[in-house]
Ligand binder design. Sequence first.
Ligand code: CTP
Ligand code: MG
Length: 238
Amino acid sequence: MEQITAIVLAAGKGNRMHSEIPKQYLTLYGKPVLYYSLKCFEESPVGEIVLVAGENELDYCRTDIVDRYQFHKVRQIVPGGTERYWSVKRGLEAAAGASYVLIHDAARPCITVDMIERSIAEVKRSGACTVGMPVKDTIKLVDEQGNGMDTPPRNRLWQIQTPQSFSYDELWSAYTKMEREQAVDITDDTMIIERYLGKKTRVIEGSYYNIKITTPEDLQVAATFLKKVKKVVDTAQS
Ligand code: CTP
Ligand code: MG
Protein backbone atom coordinates (compact mmCIF):
# COMPACT_ATOMS: atom_id res chain seq x y z
CA MET A 1 0.00 0.00 0.00
CA GLU A 2 1.07 3.55 -0.71
CA GLN A 3 2.45 5.17 2.44
CA ILE A 4 2.69 8.95 2.73
CA THR A 5 4.85 10.07 5.64
CA ALA A 6 5.47 13.54 7.02
CA ILE A 7 8.89 14.27 8.52
CA VAL A 8 8.59 17.21 10.91
CA LEU A 9 11.93 18.85 11.72
CA ALA A 10 12.28 20.20 15.25
CA ALA A 11 15.94 19.52 16.05
CA GLY A 12 17.33 23.01 15.43
CA LYS A 13 18.78 25.29 18.10
CA GLY A 14 17.26 28.50 16.73
CA ASN A 15 20.42 30.63 17.04
CA ARG A 16 18.92 33.58 15.15
CA MET A 17 16.04 33.73 17.62
CA HIS A 18 18.38 34.37 20.59
CA SER A 19 16.00 32.68 23.00
CA GLU A 20 16.81 30.25 25.79
CA ILE A 21 14.14 27.82 24.63
CA PRO A 22 14.42 26.66 20.98
CA LYS A 23 11.83 28.58 18.91
CA GLN A 24 9.79 25.47 18.01
CA TYR A 25 8.92 25.07 21.72
CA LEU A 26 8.02 28.69 22.42
CA THR A 27 4.35 29.16 23.25
CA LEU A 28 1.70 30.74 21.03
CA TYR A 29 -1.88 30.79 22.35
CA GLY A 30 -0.91 28.39 25.13
CA LYS A 31 0.60 25.74 22.84
CA PRO A 32 4.14 25.14 21.60
CA VAL A 33 4.89 26.26 18.01
CA LEU A 34 5.55 22.60 17.07
CA TYR A 35 1.99 21.66 18.10
CA TYR A 36 0.45 23.53 15.16
CA SER A 37 2.36 21.62 12.46
CA LEU A 38 1.71 18.24 14.10
CA LYS A 39 -1.99 19.06 14.48
CA CYS A 40 -2.21 19.98 10.80
CA PHE A 41 -0.55 16.77 9.59
CA GLU A 42 -2.72 14.80 12.02
CA GLU A 43 -5.81 16.25 10.27
CA SER A 44 -4.39 15.74 6.75
CA PRO A 45 -4.37 12.68 4.46
CA VAL A 46 -0.78 11.87 5.55
CA GLY A 47 -0.61 8.35 7.06
CA GLU A 48 2.31 8.67 9.46
CA ILE A 49 4.43 11.36 11.06
CA VAL A 50 8.11 11.05 12.01
CA LEU A 51 9.13 13.76 14.47
CA VAL A 52 12.82 14.70 14.51
CA ALA A 53 13.83 16.47 17.72
CA GLY A 54 16.95 17.31 19.72
CA GLU A 55 18.50 14.47 21.71
CA ASN A 56 17.58 16.19 25.02
CA GLU A 57 14.04 17.03 23.96
CA LEU A 58 12.80 13.58 22.97
CA ASP A 59 11.07 12.93 26.30
CA TYR A 60 9.51 16.38 26.40
CA CYS A 61 8.16 15.92 22.85
CA ARG A 62 6.72 12.51 23.72
CA THR A 63 5.09 13.49 27.01
CA ASP A 64 4.19 17.14 26.67
CA ILE A 65 3.25 17.28 23.01
CA VAL A 66 2.56 13.91 21.32
CA ASP A 67 0.87 12.14 24.26
CA ARG A 68 -0.76 15.23 25.69
CA TYR A 69 -2.46 16.22 22.45
CA GLN A 70 -2.96 12.61 21.30
CA PHE A 71 -1.17 12.85 17.99
CA HIS A 72 -1.76 9.22 16.98
CA LYS A 73 -0.03 9.54 13.62
CA VAL A 74 3.33 10.28 15.26
CA ARG A 75 4.85 6.79 15.06
CA GLN A 76 8.46 7.69 15.85
CA ILE A 77 10.37 10.46 17.58
CA VAL A 78 14.01 10.34 16.55
CA PRO A 79 17.07 12.47 17.39
CA GLY A 80 18.26 14.92 14.74
CA GLY A 81 21.73 15.90 13.56
CA THR A 82 23.98 18.96 13.65
CA GLU A 83 22.73 20.36 10.31
CA ARG A 84 19.19 20.45 8.96
CA TYR A 85 20.06 17.94 6.24
CA TRP A 86 21.39 15.46 8.82
CA SER A 87 18.10 15.77 10.68
CA VAL A 88 16.29 15.02 7.40
CA LYS A 89 18.55 11.98 6.94
CA ARG A 90 17.63 10.66 10.41
CA GLY A 91 13.97 11.22 9.55
CA LEU A 92 14.33 9.38 6.25
CA GLU A 93 15.92 6.40 7.99
CA ALA A 94 12.94 6.26 10.34
CA ALA A 95 10.49 6.62 7.43
CA ALA A 96 11.90 3.61 5.50
CA GLY A 97 9.19 1.92 3.45
CA ALA A 98 7.31 5.14 2.64
CA SER A 99 6.30 5.88 -0.96
CA TYR A 100 6.32 9.64 -0.51
CA VAL A 101 7.71 11.93 2.18
CA LEU A 102 6.71 15.49 3.04
CA ILE A 103 9.51 17.33 4.84
CA HIS A 104 8.32 20.20 7.01
CA ASP A 105 9.95 22.79 9.29
CA ALA A 106 8.38 22.80 12.76
CA ALA A 107 9.15 26.53 12.74
CA ARG A 108 6.31 27.04 10.17
CA PRO A 109 3.16 26.69 12.27
CA CYS A 110 0.82 28.29 9.68
CA ILE A 111 0.86 25.27 7.34
CA THR A 112 -2.64 24.23 6.20
CA VAL A 113 -4.30 20.96 5.20
CA ASP A 114 -5.00 22.48 1.78
CA MET A 115 -1.26 23.03 1.23
CA ILE A 116 -0.56 19.42 2.23
CA GLU A 117 -3.24 18.08 -0.13
CA ARG A 118 -1.93 20.12 -3.06
CA SER A 119 1.63 18.97 -2.27
CA ILE A 120 0.57 15.32 -2.27
CA ALA A 121 -1.22 15.72 -5.60
CA GLU A 122 1.85 17.36 -7.17
CA VAL A 123 4.42 14.89 -5.80
CA LYS A 124 2.36 12.04 -7.23
CA ARG A 125 2.52 13.77 -10.62
CA SER A 126 6.14 14.90 -10.71
CA GLY A 127 8.04 13.13 -7.89
CA ALA A 128 9.52 16.28 -6.30
CA CYS A 129 7.93 19.57 -5.33
CA THR A 130 8.03 22.40 -2.85
CA VAL A 131 5.66 25.16 -1.87
CA GLY A 132 6.83 28.75 -2.20
CA MET A 133 5.62 32.24 -3.09
CA PRO A 134 6.79 34.92 -5.51
CA VAL A 135 9.10 37.40 -3.73
CA LYS A 136 7.70 40.87 -3.13
CA ASP A 137 10.97 42.78 -2.77
CA THR A 138 13.69 43.28 -5.35
CA ILE A 139 16.47 40.82 -4.52
CA LYS A 140 20.12 41.72 -5.02
CA LEU A 141 23.27 39.65 -5.07
CA VAL A 142 25.77 41.58 -2.96
CA ASP A 143 29.55 41.04 -2.80
CA GLU A 144 31.56 40.75 0.43
CA GLN A 145 32.24 44.50 0.45
CA GLY A 146 28.53 45.29 0.32
CA ASN A 147 28.37 46.27 -3.36
CA GLY A 148 25.32 45.24 -5.33
CA MET A 149 26.51 42.90 -8.09
CA ASP A 150 23.42 41.63 -9.81
CA THR A 151 19.64 42.07 -9.69
CA PRO A 152 17.89 38.91 -10.91
CA PRO A 153 14.49 39.55 -12.53
CA ARG A 154 11.96 39.65 -9.73
CA ASN A 155 9.23 37.88 -11.65
CA ARG A 156 11.37 34.73 -11.70
CA LEU A 157 12.23 34.72 -8.00
CA TRP A 158 10.29 32.68 -5.46
CA GLN A 159 10.86 32.34 -1.74
CA ILE A 160 10.85 28.68 -0.87
CA GLN A 161 8.84 27.25 2.01
CA THR A 162 7.95 23.81 3.35
CA PRO A 163 6.41 21.23 3.05
CA GLN A 164 8.75 19.86 0.39
CA SER A 165 7.56 16.57 -1.04
CA PHE A 166 9.46 13.74 -2.69
CA SER A 167 9.33 10.20 -3.86
CA TYR A 168 11.06 8.44 -0.96
CA ASP A 169 13.43 6.40 -3.14
CA GLU A 170 14.59 9.45 -5.10
CA LEU A 171 15.28 11.56 -2.04
CA TRP A 172 17.08 8.64 -0.40
CA SER A 173 19.29 8.15 -3.43
CA ALA A 174 20.05 11.91 -3.57
CA TYR A 175 21.10 11.77 0.09
CA THR A 176 23.29 8.74 -0.55
CA LYS A 177 25.09 10.66 -3.30
CA MET A 178 25.37 13.76 -1.12
CA GLU A 179 27.05 11.78 1.64
CA ARG A 180 29.82 10.72 -0.73
CA GLU A 181 30.61 14.34 -1.61
CA GLN A 182 31.40 17.40 0.48
CA ALA A 183 27.99 18.93 1.18
CA VAL A 184 28.17 22.74 1.41
CA ASP A 185 25.56 25.51 1.61
CA ILE A 186 22.61 23.15 1.63
CA THR A 187 19.52 24.81 3.03
CA ASP A 188 16.72 22.61 1.72
CA ASP A 189 15.93 19.32 0.05
CA THR A 190 14.97 20.54 -3.41
CA MET A 191 18.62 21.68 -3.70
CA ILE A 192 19.74 18.16 -2.90
CA ILE A 193 17.56 16.67 -5.65
CA GLU A 194 18.69 19.31 -8.17
CA ARG A 195 22.37 19.06 -7.27
CA TYR A 196 22.84 15.33 -6.77
CA LEU A 197 20.23 13.83 -9.11
CA GLY A 198 20.24 16.63 -11.70
CA LYS A 199 16.45 16.45 -11.59
CA LYS A 200 13.97 19.31 -11.75
CA THR A 201 11.67 20.07 -8.83
CA ARG A 202 8.24 21.70 -9.19
CA VAL A 203 7.51 24.90 -7.30
CA ILE A 204 3.84 25.25 -6.39
CA GLU A 205 2.03 27.97 -4.50
CA GLY A 206 2.22 27.88 -0.71
CA SER A 207 0.95 30.91 1.15
CA TYR A 208 2.25 34.27 2.35
CA TYR A 209 0.97 33.21 5.77
CA ASN A 210 3.31 30.20 5.81
CA ILE A 211 6.26 32.08 7.34
CA LYS A 212 9.21 30.50 9.09
CA ILE A 213 9.77 31.80 12.60
CA THR A 214 13.44 32.76 12.46
CA THR A 215 14.09 36.04 14.31
CA PRO A 216 12.23 37.49 17.34
CA GLU A 217 9.90 39.79 15.39
CA ASP A 218 8.58 36.78 13.43
CA LEU A 219 6.83 35.57 16.58
CA GLN A 220 4.39 38.47 16.55
CA VAL A 221 3.71 37.97 12.86
CA ALA A 222 3.16 34.24 13.39
CA ALA A 223 0.72 34.96 16.24
CA THR A 224 -1.32 37.25 13.98
CA PHE A 225 -1.21 34.81 11.06
CA LEU A 226 -2.09 31.81 13.23
CA LYS A 227 -5.22 33.58 14.41
CA LYS A 228 -6.18 34.19 10.81
CA VAL A 229 -5.26 30.78 9.34
CA LYS A 230 -6.27 28.43 12.19
CA LYS A 231 -8.88 30.61 13.84
CA VAL A 232 -7.21 30.09 17.22
CA VAL A 233 -8.80 32.09 19.99
CA ASP A 234 -6.72 34.68 21.80
CA THR A 235 -7.74 33.67 25.31
CA ALA A 236 -4.97 31.28 26.30
CA GLN A 237 -1.88 32.20 28.30
CA SER A 238 0.18 33.11 25.23
N1 CTP B 1 16.36 21.88 12.05
C1 CTP B 1 16.60 20.57 12.45
N2 CTP B 1 17.90 20.17 12.66
C2 CTP B 1 18.93 21.03 12.52
C3 CTP B 1 18.69 22.36 12.10
C4 CTP B 1 17.38 22.76 11.87
O1 CTP B 1 15.67 19.79 12.59
N3 CTP B 1 20.17 20.60 12.77
C5 CTP B 1 14.97 22.32 11.86
C6 CTP B 1 14.58 23.48 12.78
O2 CTP B 1 14.15 22.98 14.05
C7 CTP B 1 13.50 24.19 12.00
C8 CTP B 1 13.83 23.86 10.54
O3 CTP B 1 14.79 22.82 10.56
O4 CTP B 1 12.20 23.71 12.30
C9 CTP B 1 14.32 25.10 9.77
O5 CTP B 1 15.60 25.49 10.24
P1 CTP B 1 15.98 26.93 10.81
O6 CTP B 1 14.86 27.89 10.65
O7 CTP B 1 17.32 27.29 10.28
O8 CTP B 1 16.06 26.61 12.37
P2 CTP B 1 17.34 26.60 13.31
O9 CTP B 1 18.48 25.94 12.61
O10 CTP B 1 16.88 26.02 14.60
O11 CTP B 1 17.62 28.15 13.50
P3 CTP B 1 19.00 28.95 13.25
O12 CTP B 1 19.42 28.64 11.84
O13 CTP B 1 18.65 30.40 13.48
O14 CTP B 1 19.97 28.43 14.28
MG1 MG C 1 19.28 26.77 10.79
